[in-house]
Write a new protein. Structure first.
Length: 207
């Protein structure tokens, strides 16, 4: 189950308000939240920007709920529609890179991911677009995020996020605390480097 309803309610947003941002009727938002209408790739990218979270998070792609994404007797296939050639090319390039890094043949890829070998070939050639379920499967196979596979973050950021998620609670608290201090220092340095112009006083001589 996706986390759209949780994100919307956490943001204090009504279905009508979110609908206006996505340029759809509020009834469509209700169906997105219940899973009656599948979320396309373009919609997911819009939601990612609106709520400032990753696509993986919206789709529930984590340890707690990744096993329940496809749980019904007749699982729904959510197709990721690439809305431009650039995004599609990035996916193919990064998938090919992961195969090379892991010294995988297409057959190895098929076995490791449990995806049909012909489907793997179609994805690599760009002749077929992956479903969201398959994108998640591929991300788990290579231990990368969906956002990385579709070019929303670079490899360095993805590696950092992967390492961050593997930390225990105590170390997470330490990292978060240090990050907050660094952000505060960065904001201070930014303000110091760009001081506000002095305001004119009533004693200024007229020009």
């Amino acid at each position: 189950m996706n986390k759209l309803k949780f994100l919307r309610e956490q943001s204090g947003m009504t279905q009508a308000e979110l609908g206006r941002l996505l340029n759809v009727k509020d009834a469509a938002i209700s169906k997105y939240e219940s899973g009656k209408i599948p979320l396309t790739g373009e919609t997911l990218l819009q939601l990612s920007k609106i709520f400032k979270v990753s696509i993986d998070y919206i789709m529930g792609n984590n340890d707690e709920c990744s096993s329940t994404i496809v749980s019904s007797k007749e699982p729904q296939k959510y197709f990721f529609f690439f809305f431009d050639k650039l995004l599609k090319d990035v996916f193919i390039s990064r998938l090919s890179t992961e195969l090379e890094k892991n010294h995988f043949t297409v057959e190895d890829f098929s076995i490791a991911s449990s995806l049909d070998i012909n489907v793997c070939k179609l994805y690599l050639s760009g002749k077929q677009e992956p479903t969201l379920e398959d994108l998640i499967t591929i991300s788990h196979t290579f231990n990368v995020s969906v956002d990385y596979l579709i070019g929303q973050i670079d490899e360095r950021t993805d590696t950092m996020l992967s390492a961050f998620k593997s930390l225990d609670t105590d170390n997470l608290d330490i990292i978060i605390g240090e990050t907050k201090k660094l952000l505060k220092e960065q904001r201070y340095e930014s303000v110091a480097a760009d001081p506000m112009p002095l305001k004119k006083t009533g004693t200024d001589s007229p020009k």
